[in-house]
Design a protein around this ligand. Sequence first.
Ligand SMILES: *[C@@H]1O[C@H](CO)[C@@H](O)[C@H](O)[C@H]1NC(C)=O
Ligand SMILES: *[C@@H]1O[C@H](CO)[C@@H](O)[C@H](O)[C@H]1NC(C)=O
Length: 434
Amino acid sequence: MIKNSAMQPRLDGKLALLYTLLVLQVLIVMIYVATTPPSELTVSTTHTSVTFVKFEKPKEPKIRQTIRKKFPIYQTINEEVVLNEIKTFTLFEVYNHTVCWKRGVDDQKMKSSEDLQKCICIHGWHGSDCGQPEVVWRAIMASKQNINLKYRKIARRIIHTFFLHEHNSAIAEVIVEELYNVVDFFVICDFSNAEDNFHHKLLKGLLQQKQKKILYINIATKMHKPSRIVSKYIWDKLKTVVRNLRDDDIYITTEPEQILNSRALMFLKVYNGWPQPIGFRLRWSVYGFFWQHPLKTTITVGACTVGLMREAYQSNSIMLEQLEGDLSERDSLGLVIGDLNHYGGWYCYLCQAPANIITSLHDKVKSKEIQIEKTIDVPFIEDLIGSGLWLDGKTNLLRVSKSRDLYFAPETILNNTWKYDWLVENFYAKLDYY
Ligand SMILES: *[C@@H]1O[C@H](CO)[C@@H](O)[C@H](O)[C@H]1NC(C)=O
Ligand SMILES: *[C@@H]1O[C@H](CO)[C@@H](O)[C@H](O)[C@H]1NC(C)=O
């Protein structure tokens, strides 16, 4: 009896140890599962419903897989993609036969109006159907061309290619968030081969819900090739992936750290009659949205139709150089969207942490994009950010007010200031500025 009762606690101790080990094992498995990219989930996600544009009823995507079965959610160059057709009628409101752009029309005034022959626009929208956002309306006025616009029954699709260096992933994320509802397909071209590059972040779940619209291409090996070769490479890849590109779809290319105005893109998507290629005049922010370059804006050559791209590549014409931004002459552009008060988007130059800015600057010096005589270190960069100085350490940047400036930053950032606080607040500001 005594023997038995002495055995009991010993057995209990062993059991407890076994259970502890079991629990530990389960925990380890759980941690492993939680931190590993979900590959089986991946495959099924590609098959479930995809809303290509928020304003339309969800449609089944027609994404077919070739070759590989196991691949991440984001598109790879081994896949094929079919872009959806988007009808525009859901974007318009009809008042007794008069068709008005929903976002731009004053619905209340219309409902109490006697005369339903014309649309009454809310502030910031123009045109007979209220379909032109301020920035586009001004661009059309300034161009002094006779532009005859007509809305489309089927929207154009937008393919947005943009570039990315090692430390631009935050802005890249903002681009996708900001433009997700207007862009049909993002082509993200990454120059970085670093272990924690954008590819790695996507695998870890960055932009998970939005990866179905993303094609990731790593172009690290093409870093020092002429831009013309790189663009052609990307163009060819895109053509093999997207099966149903149409000549009137829109192809947009931007440099790293450039975020386009979503309203302007929506306009290009829904209307016929604009002259191309389209340039965008971007607000030129530096280090964060709180500083602006003294030149205030920069023009980027951004959008044209797929048809024009195709022609340009076939004929290898001078147009290509224009499209690739070698000539940023206003004259060579059909329309420039954005002016000194209303912007076609944002260029957030060197919007990175000070240590990363140094890496970026070294790259820029190496590729002869800029020249810097001074030796630069983290305190020097922090000082520039803090006191609002350009890279020369002399030229003053312009202070931008978050509360008073309509175009302070893209909406995604204004909606998530806690997440992007370092782009909104100047953490290195000197005390005597307050
Ligand atoms: C609506 O349209 C009809 C003709 O199509 C017209 O007779 C009527 O006056 C219009 N109503 C308003 C409120 O404008
Ligand atoms: C920002 O927030 C507003 C209000 O909640 C919302 O209507 C808008 O769609 C949001 N914008 C973005 C880009 O998420």
